[in-house]
Design a protein around this ligand. Structure first.
Ligand code: NAI
Length: 462
């Protein structure tokens, strides 16, 4: 179909292509997969729905999937994260893509719907945060006459219900058909993975899932070192505030929290951490951060960043206590970490795209980034290519696995085997001049491994 895409401006493609050319030099894992599988085309016949931030790095991922033989249709998984020039390159290359930076929530769910519209229907999902999977499963439940709730925010719940209704009226039975022909999903992030394990627990996972997030070369790199670079990038592009000397509070000290605290500390901020998990709290303390209660620092800190994947972490009562011009942002997957909805009846002044100043009843103003959506992708361009290469190499391997070995899997959540995790890391060593030592056979047998790996038992935590 001609012009089977929705992008901001197709003329941005030439600029996008130049950025892709640069990104490719920083994505050795993906380029190695093109070399390894470009001829055998293991994804031939696969029709992949992608729902993941439509950035330059994702464009390199998409072109890798296509080089391996797949048909692909794409939507972004967030309304603010698209890089319009990256979307334009993909559209121009003939891959249907539906993504505009600053699209509405209605458009978000409509574009997701459009990404499923292969002539013969899709057979795989590549998801980030679980919205594509959720759409199909909620729709199938609605078709079975069940009640459908349990989406992130109440505002979004109404939008998704309306979209499902529209599709049900246009194509009766469509969701159930989609659900039954999907062979599997690979999921990118912590929050989406939580949803999958929940579905499994409730006996409602209708196809196999690969948890890409918990490949070591994903969560211990993208979530950590990625945020270490992209958090401060987002705050700076949004506010140009001086970071050194400011007091910043990072809520959550998991992988994203660790990277975020390091990012702020690296920029000279004085960082405090809040946690609910004693292990992560102890880690934060021993990494040199004061671990505090939000209530105790809310009136004195300058910057507040949520990284928990949880909801209602910064609440209206906290925001009422914050000082004038405090910066509030989230780097977790969904916007419900901050009670943004409770600010709706305050006075908002838009400063620029994805930066708002909100006047509180006591006259103090807050600077809210990306309306509480993940600010590293809303206010900046997300993680650098190199770390995304590791994440996306896992994604491609997961898609190949789901496509080639469908029968090996039951409706459960799987993690890629350790030898593939080590392979992903190995593919990224040359680019940064890492020289790997080699075990001699005696050393290998002494520590009980093969000289070529895997080098660690499954229970090792890195
Ligand atoms: P994680 O599970 O490793 O860490 C979350 C931490 O938050 C845990 O240690 C937990 O104990 C803590 N926590 C939960 N509720 C809390 C509360 N009320 N107060 C303080 N701490 C609390 O998860 P991870 O991998 O760090 O991911 C966090 C979020 O970031 C997820 O939503 C994930 O999808 C998202 N993410 C975002 C990325 C980005 O580029 N913006 C990249 C990767 C993940």
């Amino acid at each position: 179909m001609a012009n089977d895409y929705i992008v901001k401006d197709i003329n941005l493609a030439a600029y996008g292509r130049k950025e892709l050319d640069i990104a490719e030099t920083e994505m050795p894992g993906l380029m190695a997969l093109r070399d390894e599988y470009g001829e055998s085309k293991p994804l031939k016949g696969a029709r992949i729905v992608g729902s993941l931030h439509m950035t330059v790095q994702t464009a390199v991922l998409i072109e890798t999937l296509v080089a391996l033989g797949a048909d692909v249709r794409w939507a972004s998984c967030n309304i603010f994260s698209t890089q319009d020039h990256a979307a334009a390159v993909i559209a121009e290359s003939g891959v249907p893509v539906f993504a505009i930076k600053g699209q509405s929530l209605e458009e978000h769910w409509d574009y997701l719907d459009k990404s499923f519209m292969f002539e013969e229907g899709p057979n795989l999902i590549l998801d980030d945060g679980g919205d594509a999977t959720l759409y199909i499963l909620l729709g199938a439940r609605a078709e079975a006459g069940e009640d459908i709730i349990a989406v992130p925010t109440s505002e979004e719940e109404e939008v998704i219900k309306a979209q499902i209704k529209k599709r049900m009226e246009a194509s009766p039975g469509w969701f159930t058909k989609m659900r039954d022909q999907i062979k599997g999903v690979s999921e990118e992030t912590t929050t989406g993975v939580h949803r999958l394990y929940d579905l499994k627990k409730q006996g409602q996972l209708p196809f196999p899932a690969i948890n890409v997030n918990d490949s070591v070369t994903k969560s211990k790199f993208d979530n950590k070192y990625g945020c270490k670079e992209s958090l401060v990038d987002g705050i700076r592009r949004a506010t140009d505030t001086m970071m050194a000397g400011k007091v910043a509070v990072v809520m959550g000290y998991g992988d994203v929290g660790k990277g975020s605290a390091a990012s702020l500390a690296g920029a000279g901020a004085r960082v405090k951490v809040t946690e609910v998990d004693p292990i992560c709290a102890l880690q934060a303390a021993m990494d040199g951060f004061e671990v505090v209660l939000l209530e105790d620092v809310v009136g004195t800190a300058d910057i507040f960043i949520t990284t928990t994947g949880n909801k209602d972490v910064i609440r209206i009562e906290h925001m009422r206590e914050m000082k004038d011009m405090a910066i509030v942002g989230n780097i977790g997957h969904f916007d419900n970490e901050i009670q943004v909805a409770s600010l709706k009846n305050h006075k908002w002044t838009n400063v620029k795209e994805q930066v708002d100043m909100i006047e509180m009843p006591n006259g103090n103003r807050l600077i809210l980034l990306s309306e509480g959506r993940l600010l590293n992708l809303g206010n900046a361009t997300g993680h650098p290519s190199f770390v995304m290469s590791a994440s996306f190499t896992n994604q491609v391997l997961a898609q190949i696995e789901l496509w080639e070995n469908t029968d090996k899997y039951t409706n459960d959540v799987y993690i890629l085997p350790k030898h593939l995790d080590e392979k992903v890391a190995r593919l990224h060593l040359d680019r940064i001049g890492v020289k790997l030592s080699k075990l001699d056979p005696e050393q290998a047998s002494y520590i009980g491994v093969s000289p070529d790996g895997p080098f660690k038992p499954e229970h090792y935590r890195y």
